[in-house]
Design a protein around this ligand. Structure first.
Ligand SMILES: NC(=O)c1ccc[n+]([C@@H]2O[C@H](COP(=O)([O-])OP(=O)(O)OC[C@H]3O[C@@H](n4cnc5c(N)ncnc54)[C@H](OP(=O)(O)O)[C@@H]3O)[C@@H](O)[C@H]2O)c1
Length: 301
């Protein structure tokens, strides 16, 4: 049973939304819909979550099907796609004719499977990926990828825009939000590993992380400046090595691996970088620039 909705602060013109899953992210999403004035129904597997949302005007549903029945746009955001499917299976009969937006993170394959499942039911489906932490949801800088039919996205762009000012449609193929998510987070986690590893390496010689941090910041700015150029080189498959070359840069990585291992640190990630660089060099890219490491990445042992 869905309780009596409190529509006092809602605009009747805005689509009603349901948010299934009230973890940290689901609560933030529901809060942003409420703040934008959408009639919002919420459901979570375990009781006790989202009390403040209800206090702000959300309606709590007793079951996923009740939440879906109350909404035009259904957002699911839970642990993974197995959990999402377990929730949606309980509401399958109510989904036809509504828009389902899956903001759970997973792989492109799982996104395409979910799209096929929703399509077979007769529901519109957009897959999505939230690219920012909880506190940024609902702010102008919050980036959320969506993929699926463009016409569906455009119809609900204003509704989805309540979740973040940098909401982006990245393609009609439902897997593409997850593809963008994986690519961006591949970069992020590799860089985050390097950040912590560099601090740990300095610490083996008694240098505190805060002493190195200003120089890490300078490097982070440099990293930001090479993103577009690297992308253009990869799209063109051209790696001019007149200013720097892979042979010299691989030697630099080898020094760090040796120094780290000598100091008892794990150097597995950098060893992987070195292996890919050496493979590219063996393939004839020693005089090309760093981006040519992609040839070694494309040919794992
Ligand atoms: N938190 C972030 O900063 C962040 C950023 C970007 C993307 N995301 C993505 O957002 C999604 C949710 O993350 P979160 O931070 O909200 O996680 P969380 O706080 O750990 O919440 C997990 C949610 O999943 C539900 N759940 C787990 N297994 C379930 C099942 N079998 N059936 C039904 N519900 C189930 C939980 O319900 P119970 O309360 O009943 O356990 C809870 O609502 C994830 O895909 C995550 O990658 C999160």
């Amino acid at each position: 049973m869905v309780g009596m909705p409190n529509h006092s602060s809602h605009s009747p013109a805005l689509p009603a939304v349901a948010v299934l899953g009230l973890g940290a992210m689901g609560q933030a999403l529901a809060g942003a819909f409420l703040a934008a004035g959408h009639p919002t129904t919420v459901w979570n597997r375990s009781p006790g979550k989202g009390e403040d949302l209800v206090a702000r005007g959300a309606t709590r549903a007793a079951a996923p099907a009740d939440a879906v029945r109350a909404a035009e746009v259904v957002v699911v955001c839970v642990l993974d796609y197995d959990a999402a499917q377990a929730v949606l299976d309980q509401a399958a009969g109510e989904l036809p004719g509504r828009l389902l937006v899956n903001l759970t993170s997973d792989t492109p394959e799982r996104a395409r499977e979910a799209a096929a499942w929703a399509g077979a039911l007769g529901a519109d489906y957009l897959d999505g990926a939230v690219m920012v932490p909880v506190p940024m949801i609902g702010t102008p800088d919050a980036l959320i990828f969506h993929s699926g039919p463009r016409a569906v996205y455009e119809k609900y762009e204003a509704t989805l825009g309540a979740l973040g000012g940098r909401t982006a449609h990245v393609g009609e193929d439902h897997g593409l939000a997850a593809v963008h998510d994986l690519a961006v987070l591949d970069f992020f986690w590799t860089a985050m590993h390097g950040l912590v590893h560099g601090f740990a390496l300095a610490a083996t010689e008694g240098v505190r992380a805060t002493a190195v941090a200003p120089y890490m910041n300078a490097l982070a700015a440099l990293l930001s400046s090479v993103v577009d150029g690297t992308a253009r080189e990869l799209d063109a498959e051209e790696f001019p090595g007149d200013l720097d070359n892979l042979t010299v840069e691989a030697a630099n990585v080898r020094h760090i691996v040796r120094a780290a291992e000598r100091r008892g640190l794990d150097a597995g990630a950098l060893r992987g970088v070195l292996t890919a660089a050496d493979r590219s060099i063996a393939l004839g890219h020693g005089a090309d620039n760093w981006t040519s490491i992609v040839e070694g990445i494309r040919r794992p042992a």
